[in-house]
Ligand binder design. Structure first.
Ligand code: SAH
Ligand code: SF4
Ligand code: F3S
Length: 465
């Protein structure tokens, strides 16, 4: 079946059907859009049914043991399937390929392809070789960046697009496998990013989300050899026509600079929202995590952001049950959450990862304690989110209409500039428009309201007099 959101992919002769399943973060989701695009131009057709696929690709994540287990479970199934269908090609690509390498063959000796995220551009070529030779392949080099991002993309939406600006990570937080899975930081040249965003704007995209493990350390070299930093990149993207909103994830707290704060405050398309993971509220744990900031320094960044950008939405990640985390350390985390009153939180139980320095520490917090702390933290955040959302009752917010809700077709859905989900009565032709919604009902996760019409709604939304 043709992907309805295919990005003007050139037509060519189908050479087979591929099934592609993605695990992990938004970077992985977007890499998969590129991979689907690259295969599409070569004539591969996408299928959602593994049974009719000639090629099965799993784009994998290694960030926690659980993410890997889901992939290993599938591989056991495909191992059996390959016994029945010897022509089937199975590949593990992405972070787990890079971290596990040949160890994946111990579980699944006939696995055809193991290809890390530094070599995605080689995928079509390697598949062709595989077809002719049948020899299994392992590729774990970090070679391409630009070429992969010049390839076509089969995007999930025709309104919102992910745009990778920096790959890899140099931070080596003690618990995190990402630097091993994704390699060192490499920034894309600003010219290429601007060109991509311009082309998205021309094709009707309204919102872009700039992606990187740590977007603030972006340093791209422009054609004249000058370095452009992340606030500089935001400044260059702000005027691009057609684009209404610019978002970015993720920001490392230690790199939140005055220039970045000024960019969010001053550039009208840059949304008033920032995802900058605290990970813990305890200085002892932050130090063991090698995060490079203290609790006070984190809170200082929060203050600076809130002062310069009133109403800014704050999002964070937390890890509970890090080795040696005492009840007191955990209480410091809860306390930080109460103090900042985040808009959104993603929280995880600590999972020891191979190669990381924390893996040498005793994983001494029992699973039941990790899980209880996780539940307590999430319950606290739910109550804060509910209160934050209830404060919006009666207010008018700007919403980019994403479309019709699948489950409730009389409802339209969209997001505020701060990324909050909003539902309202659906009217044909709304998709892709910026509308004003008066909030009438709020839960911890969503807002509900009705559209406020005005003679010049678009002008109102942009704040013109
Ligand atoms: N680059 C981002 C996050 C990347 S991973 C950043 O630096 O903030 C996404 C989240 O997974 C992390 O923020 C962290 O909260 C969580 N995470 C990473 N490694 C983990 C581990 N070993 N166990 C549990 N959670 C982990
Ligand atoms: Fe992992 Fe830390 Fe890099 Fe984020 S900054 S990807 S948590 S090593
Ligand atoms: Fe997972 Fe790799 Fe993203 S390890 S979180 S898919 S960078």
């Amino acid at each position: 079946m043709k992907d309805p959101h295919a990005d003007n992919l050139p037509k060519s002769v189908p050479i087979g059907r591929f099934y592609l399943r993605t695990f992990g973060c938004q970077m992985n989701q977007h890499d998969s859009e590129r991979i689907a695009g690259m295969l599409g131009v070569r004539g591969w057709q996408r299928t959602g049914d593994e049974k009719e696929a000639d090629l099965i690709l799993l784009n994998t994540c290694s960030v926690r043991r659980h993410a890997e287990e889901r992939v290993l479970g599938r591989l056991d199934r495909y191992r059996r399937e390959k016994k029945k269908r010897s022509q089937l090609i199975v590949g593990v690509i992405g972070c787990m390929a890079q971290v596990w390498k040949e160890k994946l063959w111990e579980r699944f000796p006939k696995l055809d392809l193991i290809l890390g995220p530094g070599s995605f551009a080689r995928l079509p070529e390697e598949l062709e070789k595989l077809f002719f030779s049948g020899d299994r392949v392992l590729i774990d080099r970090f070679e391409d960046t630009d070429e992969f991002f010049r390839s076509p993309s089969s995007r999930r939406s025709n309104l919102q697009a992910w745009v990778t600006v920096i790959r890899g990570c140099n931070n080596f937080c003690s618990y995190c496998v990402v630097p091993y899975a994704r390699g060192r930081e490499v920034s894309r040249p600003p010219g290429e990013i601007i060109e991509e965003v311009r082309s998205l704007g021309e094709r009707g995209y309204k919102e872009i989300t700039l992606l990187g493990q740590n977007v603030n350390s972006y340093r791209g070299e422009d054609r004249g050899g000058d370095l452009v930093d992340f606030p500089g990149l935001l400044g260059r993207l702000n005027p691009v026509g057609g684009i209404e909103r610019i978002r970015f994830v993720t920001s490392h707290p230690k790199d939140i600079s005055p220039a970045l704060i000024a960019a969010i405050a001053e550039l009208e398309k840059v949304c008033e929202s920032i995802h900058f993971p605290a990970q813990s509220g305890s200085d002892i744990i932050l130090k063991k995590m090698r995060r490079g900031y203290t609790r006070d320094e984190y809170l200082k960044r929060v203050q600076e952001l809130q002062l310069a950008i009133p109403g800014i939405a704050l999002a964070s990640d937390f890890i509970v049950g890090f080795p040696g985390e005492t009840e007191e350390d955990f209480a410091r985390t809860l306390d930080l959450i109460r103090e900042v009153r985040f808009d959104r939180i993603f929280a995880f139980a600590y999972s020891p990862r191979p190669k990381t320095t924390a893996a040498d520490l005793d994983d001494d917090i029992p699973p039941a304690v990790k899980s209880a702390r996780l539940q307590e933290l999430l319950a606290l955040q739910r109550s804060i989110s509910l209160e934050n959302n209830q404060n919006l009752l009666g207010q008018v917010v700007e919403v980019l209409v994403e479309g019709r809700n699948r489950k409730f077709p009389d409802r339209g859905e969209g997001r505020t500039r701060s990324g909050q989900a909003v539902f309202f009565p659906w009217k044909e032709g709304m998709e892709g428009r910026l509308v004003n919604v008066r909030i009438e009902r709020a839960t911890d996760l969503s807002l509900f309201g009705s559209i406020i019409f005005s003679r010049r709604p678009e002008a109102l939304i942009r704040g013109e007099k």
